[in-house]
Design a binder for this molecule. Structure first.
Ligand code: AR6
Length: 175
C-alpha cells in the first residue's frame, strides 16, 4: 500500500526489516543501546558485531531520541537506533512515540539518507497497543516528511505479520 506525501512515497509492506534495501533502517532499541530481542536482536544478528561496537561507543539514547551507526553487513548503509516509550497508558506515551519517529527522520535527513524503513516501534516488548501506535506512527511520519521537504524518496514501514500490517493499512486508508 502506498501514498504520496509531497515528493515522498510512503509505503506499507509486510516482512523482515533486516532484508530492507532502503538507505537507512530504524531499530527499536532500548536506551542503553544494549541489544535485546525482537527487531533489535534481529538487526544485530543480521548486521554483525560492528553495529554493537558503535553502539557501545555512543553509550546511550534517551527515549524519543535517535542515534546512528554503521549497518555492518546489512544492505542498508546506516542503522538509526531510536527508543520508543514503554507503554504505561500515560499521556506522554504518544508524544514520546511520535518523537522517536520524527527524531529518526531528522537524523536520516541530516545524513542525506533518502530512503528509510521503520518497524512498528514500541509494539512488541514495550507493549504499545497496535491500533493506537499505528495512528501515532503515521501522523508522526507525515509530519517528519513535511518538515524535511525534498529530503526523502521513500519512507517505508516493514510490518511484522498480518495484524500489524492491517492496523497500519486501516489508519492510512482513513487519513
Ligand atoms: N522486522 C520487522 N519488524 C519486526 C521484526 C523484524 N525482523 N522482528 C520483530 N518485529 P520489539 P519494542 C516487530 O519488541 O516494542 C528489544 O528487546 C514486532 O513484531 O522489537 O520497541 C529492545 O532491545 C513488533 O511489532 O520492539 C528493547 O529493549 C515491533 O517489531 C525492546 O525490545 C517492535 O517490537 C523494544 O521494544
Amino acid at each position: 500500500m502506498e501514498k504520496m506525501i509531497g515528493q515522498t512515497r510512503l509505503v506499507l509492506t509486510q516482512g523482515d526489516i533486516t532484508q530492507a534495501d532502503t538507505e537507512a533502517i530504524v531499530n527499536a532499541a532500548n536506551s542503553r543501546l544494549a541489544g535485546g530481542g525482537g527487531v533489535d536482536g534481529a538487526i544485530h544478528r543480521a548486521g554483525g558485531p560492528e553495529i554493537m561496537a558503535e553502539c557501545r561507543k555512543i553509550g546511550s539514547c534517551p527515549t524519543g531520541e535517535a542515534v546512528i551507526t554503521t549497518a555492518g553487513r546489512l544492505k542498508a548503509k546506516k542503522v538509526i537506533h531510536t527508543v520508543g516509550p514503554i507503554y504505561r497508558g500515560r499521556p506522554e506515551d504518544a508524544r514520546l512515540l511520535a518523537s522517536a519517529y520524527k527524531s529518526s527522520l531528522d537524523l536520516a535527513a541530516q545524513h542525506g539518507l533518502r530512503s528509510v524503513a521503520f518497524p512498528s516501534l514500541s509494539t512488541g516488548a514495550y507493549g504499545y497497543p497496535l491500533d493506537a501506535a499505528a495512528k501515532v506512527a503515521l501522523e508522526a511520519v507525515r509530519q517528519g516528511i513535511e518538515k524535511n521537504p525534498g529530503k526523502f524518496d521513500e519512507v517505508r514501514f516493514v510490518l511484522f505479520g498480518q495484524p500489524a500490517f492491517d492496523a497500519f493499512a486501516r489508519v492510512l486508508r482513513g487519513q
